[in-house]
Design a protein around this ligand. Structure first.
Ligand code: HXC
Length: 515
């Protein structure tokens, strides 16, 4: 056969494989508002950068007449490409081929691209759209998931791992995304659950739709399983591109720097954002925008545990992880979910050499029976652990309240913040003046002729004495009391100073965080 004939043969085989599950299955995929697996990869990657692997892999099913079936690519497309110039490894399950179900060779393809990502030290992106373990392949499908979960775990903290849920992701299959760093969901398209509505109805008699059980909004707002919510697949790909721009390729690198850009100070001016009344709330994201380059802030977990804000921005062109209490929601308290949310993000930034800026304004941990019984002790400890363990440059700015455990937990000097700045509006104490006066002056108040007046006087006395940054500054727990307008310049100065920061923790196999 001539070279031309052989090339034509290759093209014929390729175009047959490119048809995926065929016209009917593709039409069904489109009718449900979804792109095909191949379209997804091409839309996400830079044009003409996708290089496919294992297109001609054959499935290994023998039973239930599977040996007579042709499943192009065994229902998953794998390969490499770039996103805004950054190299990535990628896979996308093809629902048009046996419902994207995971059989032995399907899993082998995914494992191969995961191993490749680890060896090349580049991010891994997995697009999930699958009916789960391929029922006809029995234990080999389960083995495949096990191999993927193991690799997800070993890759954790070495390369960034991003999961995109663009269809069903059911049963044990949900645990691969759950082990990765960031999970994206798309409205009305993503569905994630361990057991579906049918099983729940049979076992528990409870009725619920797939959307209400495990739709995109549920995971972005209630469970916190998803970090990013998108209106459409294309919107989702834009968000992934933005995320990739803030993170490094692996734990051996820093995120690529950008050209530094001043904040949009006309729109975001600290003086007009930060209220003079200490009881008034404000949106801390506006403070972040007043500080960050070009006022850009890429928020993670935007709709879950909103009493804490986390996300990426830049200072002087360098990628930064921001963690900030949100006074607008529950006065910015720490609770079970916000502790989980912040702790995981801090660990991601630390693992991937992204400096942390913490903005503090909180009355402490949320009191209440629900929180205590939900394990606020165990969950709250995660944030202490994450900050203490982190060795990336850590810069803390105390804006207003920093009371009790909240003061310690929000990257205080004691958890080894490298720089702690406080605005003159900071209030650093064991608790707020009202609560404190009621406890320490109880006898004096009760014995007084006018308890209300005495209480007011003593609260004011306490406020004058302790509700300020100067007591902490007197002990050196705060490095400098600064005017708000100096914040950005000082953070940039600190960041430059910390460029060659060296810090280490004792050698150990691993710590035992309060998971
Ligand atoms: C084999 C499967 C499959 C599966 C779907 N298909 N899931 N084939 N194994 N797990 C096939 C269907 O037979 C069908 O083939 C094609 O994919 C499309 O599926 P439909 O049912 O027609 O699609 P749709 O109506 O959109 O429903 C999608 C679905 C449903 C909700 C995902 O297919 C479904 O409930 N599937 C089973 C889900 C499940 O229980 N999976 C096992 C989970 S347990 P044809 O030839 O007709 O086109 C698990 C364990 C993992 O995953 C453990 C890891 C620790």
């Amino acid at each position: 056969m001539s070279l031309r004939a052989k090339t034509n043969e290759l093209k014929r085989r390729m175009s047959e494989a490119f048809e995926g599950g065929g016209e009917k299955a593709t039409e069904k995929q489109k009718a449900s508002g979804k792109l095909t697996a191949r379209e997804r990869i091409l839309a996400l990657l830079d044009p003409d950068t996708f290089h496919e692997y294992d297109l001609f892999v054959k499935h290994a099913g023998q039973d239930f007449d599977m040996d007579k079936k042709y499943l192009p690519g065994d229902g998953v497309i794998t390969g490499t490409g770039t996103i805004t110039g950054w190299p990535v490894c990628i896979y996308a399950q093809d629902f048009t081929v046996a419902g994207g179900s995971l059989g032995y060779m399907h899993a082998k393809k995914i494992c191969k691209i995961m191993d490749h990502a680890m060896k090349m030290k580049v991010p891994l992106i997995g697009i999930n759209d699958s009916g789960g373990a391929r029922i006809q392949e029995g234990v080999n499908s389960l083995a495949g998931y096990g191999e993927i979960f193991f690799r997800n775990t070993i890759a954790s903290g070495v390369i960034p791992q991003i999961s995109v849920i663009l269809g069903p992701c059911a049963g044990g299959a949900v645990y691969s995304p759950a082990l990765t760093d960031f999970v994206f969901v798309v409205d009305k398209i993503s569905k994630m659950f361990i057991t579906g509505p049918e099983v729940i109805k049979t076992v528990l008699g409870e009725e619920i739709s797939m959307e209400e059980l495990g739709g995109a909004k549920v995971h972005a707002e209630i469970t916190g399983n998803a970090h990013f919510f998108a209106e459409s697949e294309l919107d989702c790909f834009d968000q992934i591109k933005e995320l990739v721009s803030y993170i490094p390729w692996s734990n051996e690198k820093k995120a690529e720097p950008f050209a530094a850009k001043a904040p949009k100070t006309r729109q975001y001016k600290i003086d007009s954002i930060f209220p003079t009344d200490p009881l008034q709330s404000y949106d801390v994201r506006d403070i972040i925008r007043a500080i960050s380059d070009d006022s850009a802030f890429f928020e993670v977990h935007m709709n879950w545990a909103r009493n804490i804000v986390i996300g990426f921005g830049r200072l002087d062109g360098q990628s930064i992880g921001f963690v900030a209490n949100q006074p607008m929601v529950l006065a910015g308290v720490l609770d079970v979910d916000s502790s989980d949310k912040a702790a995981r993000f801090i660990r991601f930034c630390d693992a991937f050499n992204i400096p942390l800026v913490t903005l503090v304004d909180l009355p402490g941990y949320l009191p209440g029976i629900d929180q205590e019984h939900a394990g606020v002790i165990r969950h709250g400890a995660k944030i202490l652990y994450a900050y203490s363990e982190a060795t990336v440059p850590k810069m803390t700015v105390i804006l207003r309240k920093a009371y009790g455990g909240g003061y310690i937990a929000m990257c205080s000097n004691h958890l080894r913040a490298d720089f702690v700045f406080a605005w003159p509006t900071a209030e650093i104490a064991v608790m707020g003046p009202e609560g404190a006066a009621n406890i320490i002056f109880r006898n004096e108040i009760n014995a007084s002729d006018n308890p209300d007046q005495t209480r007011k006087r003593l609260i004011e006395e306490y406020r004058q004495k302790f509700a300020n940054p100067y007591v902490a500054a007197a002990y050196g727990y705060v490095d400098a009391v600064i005017s708000p307008s100096e914040t950005r310049d000082l953070l940039i100065h600190s960041l430059r100073l910390a460029e060659n920061k060296e810090d280490s923790r004792p050698k150990k196999k691993h710590g035992i965080p309060p998971f």
